[in-house]
Write a protein that binds this ligand. Structure first.
Ligand SMILES: [Zn+2]
Length: 195
């Protein structure tokens, strides 16, 4: 239907997928999430994978997170005295954001931010420059933004869900214990045996 070959940089996408950062995304069983109600806000969502990122209980919105990393990335470059890279970054940061905010061709009704969240590298980022070192820096920026989203939304969410699940399991266990002890010690006979 669409010319996927030209729209995306599959080489970069696949290299990226191989990296360990992406594995964290699958730390929890993603399929399991898709069938469930959101344990945090209690909403029954059909597109659960999407809901993870827009859940109203999230501390940050995707839009908030996408804007900030550029500044943080620049700070990181500054700390490493990478002045040339800072110049490249300043030349391309506005275009970088406009690509992210432009509509995605394959994800209907969504911006290219959602491609980034999916880990798919859009070819438009490559066409920003012909110079190899500039392309590389834009790629690094992209990965930085991806990591920021993951660290500020995905990981806190996983931890919170783990906590909620543990709480639910303890309640279930308590209920079972109560039921068992009622069975054991229930009735006249049982009560007599109870120490
Ligand atoms: Zn939710």
């Amino acid at each position: 239907m669409y010319n996927h070959k030209k729209e995306f940089d599959w080489q970069t996408t696949l290299e990226f997928v191989k990296q360990s950062t992406y594995k964290i995304l699958h730390k929890r069983n993603a399929n399991k999430i898709e069938d469930d109600k959101c344990i945090r806000c209690g909403k029954n969502e059909i597109e659960s994978w999407e809901h993870i990122w827009i859940c109203e209980v999230n501390e940050f919105s995707i839009d908030e997170i996408v804007q900030e990393p550029i500044y943080r990335f620049e700070q990181q470059l500054k700390n490493c005295n990478q002045d040339e890279d800072i110049n490249i970054l300043r030349n391309y940061n506005i275009e970088f954001i406009s690509i992210l905010e432009s509509p995605s061709i394959i994800l209907r009704g969504k911006s290219k931010k959602w491609e980034l969240i999916r880990g798919v590298y859009n070819e438009h980022f490559n066409s920003l420059s012909n110079k190899k070192e500039e392309k590389m820096l834009i790629k690094r920026l992209w990965m930085f933004v991806y990591d920021e989203i993951k660290n500020r939304l995905w990981i806190p969410r996983c931890e919170e869900i783990k906590r909620l699940e543990e709480k639910a399991n303890i309640q279930k266990l308590d209920l079972r214990k109560k039921r068992e002890s009622r069975r054991k010690f229930g009735g006249r006979q049982g009560r007599k045996n109870k120490k």
